[in-house]
Write a protein that binds this ligand. Structure first.
Ligand SMILES: Cc1cc2nc3c(=O)[nH]c(=O)nc-3n(C[C@H](O)[C@H](O)[C@H](O)COP(=O)(O)O)c2cc1C
Length: 307
């Protein structure tokens, strides 16, 4: 299936694996790219040297393009922005902020820039700043989120910009993929389903929580601080929400979640850790390889889109 995104990125299938803090490391990113999608290494708050090492390891596993996701508010952003060019990374996706100040650096080096947005206004701003495409991410998604749903955000962003749009949030099978295409997307980005992939190094406890999740098992913490995050309900989210209700300070809330994603992803502490995952977790029932995930989605979607 060819779209402006497959041509822009030089990939076979219009499927991007979201950059995910602690989760999106080189094994996963390389497996997705090798399977014909675009794998991303999630730089999150990792030191620049670790990100550099991750990029080099990914390149040993695949000749296909692998991108990097930068969270622009993190202290490492400046350094990671530069090493993207030094390491000849072809695609960068950005979250949490405006990539404007790095645009010239990246564009001069031929890096394709794809910011993640949660509103039409941000999408237009990114287009004006020179972005090559945007990911319109609905509130169903796992991780840091906006308020609009994928269903309503996607067609509005697709109408508002001329650059291609990638749909994200709540997609994990061919039906979701086909729906996103019908809403104006030219590719999809998925996070939760790839976190459970065979090649994902996420602790098995984390994966099992996703496989066992029902449709309404995710919860949003951090609305009171202006930094909402979607994860699966557990002791940590219950304590967090209780503190929020009691009007706890930003510092108190931050303390509770300090290192909590790492706790769940790396240590498998799914009681006190943050099990970041989206509403679509309820649809994901078993571990599959990245290539199985992508093949199944494309087969189902192609049938539906031909109807
Ligand atoms: C565990 C986890 C960590 C994430 N971390 C990041 C991140 O560091 N940067 C980012 O831009 N998006 C992050 N996301 C969002 C994903 O990249 C992706 O856009 C989202 O998961 C898509 O929605 P879905 O979960 O419904 O598939 C994260 C998502 C998950 C599940």
């Amino acid at each position: 299936m060819e779209t402006r995104i497959t041509k822009l990125l030089g990939i076979e299938y219009p499927i991007i694996q979201g950059g995910m803090a602690w989760v999106a490391e080189y094994h996963l990113a390389a497996a997705v790219s090798e399977a014909g999608g675009l794998g991303l290494i999630g730089a999150a708050s990792a030191p620049a040297d670790i990100v550099r090492q991750q990029i080099r390891e990914a390149k040993k596993l695949t000749d296909k393009p692998v991108g990097v996701n930068i969270m622009l508010l993190n202290p490492n952003a400046e350094e990671v922005a530069r090493l993207i060019v030094e390491e000849d990374v072809k695609v960068v996706t950005t979250g949490a902020g405006n990539p404007g100040k790095f645009m010239e650096l990246w564009k001069n080096a031929g890096v394709k820039v794809i910011p993640v947005v949660a509103s039409v206004a941000m999408a237009k701003m990114m287009e004006r700043a020179g972005a090559d495409a945007v990911v319109a991410e609905g509130t169903e998604a796992g991780g840091h989120i906006g308020e609009a749903t994928t269903m309503s955000l996607l067609p509005q962003v697709a109408d508002a910009v001329n650059i291609p749009v990638v749909g994200a949030g709540g997609i994990a099978d061919g039906r979701g993929f086909a729906a996103a295409i019908m809403l104006g997307a030219e590719a999809v980005q998925m996070g939760t389903v790839f976190a459970t992939a065979k090649e994902s190094i996420v602790h098995d406890n984390f994966k099992q929580k996703i496989f066992a999740a029902k449709d309404i098992d995710s919860e949003v913490t951090g609305r009171s601080t202006g930094h909402p995050v979607r994860s699966l309900r557990n002791k940590m989210t219950r304590e967090y929400l209780k503190l929020e209700e009691e009007g706890a300070s930003f510092e108190e809330l931050e303390y509770l979640t300090l290192g909590s994603l790492r706790k769940a992803v790396v240590d498998g502490d799914v009681v006190n850790g943050t099990i970041m995952a989206g509403q679509i977790a309820g649809l994901i029932k078993e571990e599959k390889s990245c290539s199985e995930i992508i093949r199944k989605i494309m087969l189902q979607a192609e049938k539906l889109l031909k109807l």
